[in-house]
Structure formats: structure tokens, C-alpha cells
Design a protein. Sequence first.
Length: 396
Amino acid sequence: MTRRLRWSLAGVALLAVVAALMVLRRGPGAAAARTAASASAAASAPAAAIELAEGDVARAAAGELVTLLQVSGGLRAVNSAFVKAKVAAELAELGVREGDAVAAGQLIGRLDATEFRWRLRQAEDQAAAAQAQLDIAQRTLANNKALVAQGFISRNALDTAESSAAGATASLQAARAAAELARKAVADSEIRAPIAGLVAQRLAQPGERVPVDGRIVEIVDLSRIELEAAVAPEDILGLRVGQAARVQVDGLAEALPARVVRINPAAQAGTRSVLAYLELAPGTARSAGLRQGLFARAAIELQRRQALVMPASALRVDQAQPYALAVEGGKVVQRVLRTGARGEVPIAGRPEAAVEIIDGLAAGATVLRATVGALRDGTPVTLAAAAPANTASAPR
């Protein structure tokens, strides 16, 4: 090692020792002071304002509040029919299956009519025999009348001939009635559709013996569909025939217009609920492809009135009292609310759930929707200048 290198290493070591001694003399207090100063500077700096988008805010405003009654139930065809056997016989043929379309009066099956045809032939033969007996009685009566006029027989013989002719007439009428009944039984062996529609169920199979009034098929007419909904006892007093409604069926993007057409006059045993029937607008059911038995929900319009309202999405209920986060002076302010009825108002041209504000907010107040999340009182916020807040307003 050269002399110059040794002196260089010694100088580096000396500088390191001097630096260490300076750090030890300052101690930990200096570092703490620097930390406190940084914290003080951070505390004195103004907090950054949260920028709110158009969909984050709404306004409380006077508008037409539509009070709704929510119900649910199953869809059913207004016109449906079970095709039943009019006579007891074996089902010979049935030419339709579930989903087949049928027309009113269309022949869809037959019962075995062998026995009925034999009975018809027997009745027709008995009617022919009665006709022959009546012809004999009438000729005898005519002859007796002539003989009585000539004085060859007594009046009693004529009376007897008249009675025989009357009896033969009655026998003929009875025989003809029996023949008509037998003929009707043969006709009733034909199974015809009572209404136009689609076959919903096949309740009997060829080869089975069907009793009188035994069900064979069910036919439904899907051109008119109604919702059968159970209404709670406390809600039935506000329900009226003719009230408008919207029906929502799973799988359909849009609600379908409907109207209350009937209300059952009696409550159901056990639940005490009352059945109400909402018929969909003509042609709606067929175009939407609805089927009997589908589950649906409906919103019935009970009342329209002016009120101070705000979107229900701005109402917060995670505390003891409902409240809203209002924007006042560029900061968030929590306002405790006293609310009234719930319903709908048109917002941005579409119906949106709304709540009546009785106390706690003034008309025109800007409130935060729940999608913003929880913000503390006094949090600074700014509204996006490009998009004004949604306003609850009366329907156009």
C-alpha cells in the first residue's frame, strides 16, 4: 500500500467520525420537531373538495306525487274453458296436444259412439212402429165416424176409436223424442272446442273411459290476460275499479299497462285478503308473448297530489331517524327529515321512486343520492358544472 492511499483512507474515516458525533449531539428531539412541523402544515392546508357527478345529486322540489299500491299474483286468461264429455263413453280419438291452436267449434276428438248409434236405430224403429199404429188408429177412427153417421155402430165405439188414435199419437211423439235423445247422444260423442285459443292441458288419453262431465282438454284464449292479485285488508279501501296500473313480468324490460276491472266482494277465508283483477291493455298480452300462470308484480295508481318530494334514493335510514345529506355552501350538511307518503314522480322523463318531505328540507335543496356513500358533516364538495342536478318535477 502506498503512502498516498493510506492518507486517503485515514481522511475518510475521520470524516465519518465527525458526522456521527454531530448526529449524537442533536439527539431525537430534532426528528420529532420536524415530524410535528410537517403535521401542523398538513392540518393547516385546506381539504380537497369532492367533485360530484350528475347522477350523484338530486333536488327536492314540488311535484305531483303518485301514490302506488304494490301487489303480485299470477297471470290468467280472461277466457278459458275445460272441454268435458257430455256422455259417458270411451275416448276413441283426440287430435290435439298442448300448444295446438284451435278454432271455436272445431272437431278435436271423438268418443266411441257404437252404443249410441244402436240406441238411435232402436229409437227410430220404435218411432216407425208408433207411426204405423197411429195410421191404423186414424183409419179406424175415420171408418167409425162414417159408420156412426150411417147408424151402424154406437157412439161409444166412436169414442173408443178416438181414444185409440190419441194414444197412438202420444206413443209416436214419445218414440220420436227418444229418437232425438239418441241422435243427440251420437252428436255429443263428437268433441268440439267451445272457444278459440290454445290447448293448455290434455287431461284424458285415447282408450280411457270418460265419465259424464269428465275433463278432456283445457283451452285458453291468450288474447286477453289479467292478473289475479291478493290485496291486504288494510289496502283494499283505497282500491277502485278503473284505476290504472303497470304490470311487470320477469323477462320483460318494460312494464305493461293495465287497469283494475273487478274486485271480489268477499275476502278469502284465513288470509282475509281480497282478490283484485287487473286486465292488461288489449293486444298487449299476445304481443308480449305472455302465458297463463306466469308470476307478475303490479303497481296500482291510487292517488295523485302535489307535494314536496325528493328521490327515494336520497333518503338514508341507517340512523334512528331518516335523514338526507344536503349540499349547502359547498359543504355536506346532514338534515333530519320527517317523511310522508311514498310513491313516484317523473325524473328525467321516467318514473322514479320518491318520498314526500314534510319537514327538514326546503324546495330546491340539493341532496346526495345514496350511491355517493357516507360523507361527514362539513365535507367540501363541488358540483360538476357541465351537468345540472336532476330535479323532481310534475309529469309533462
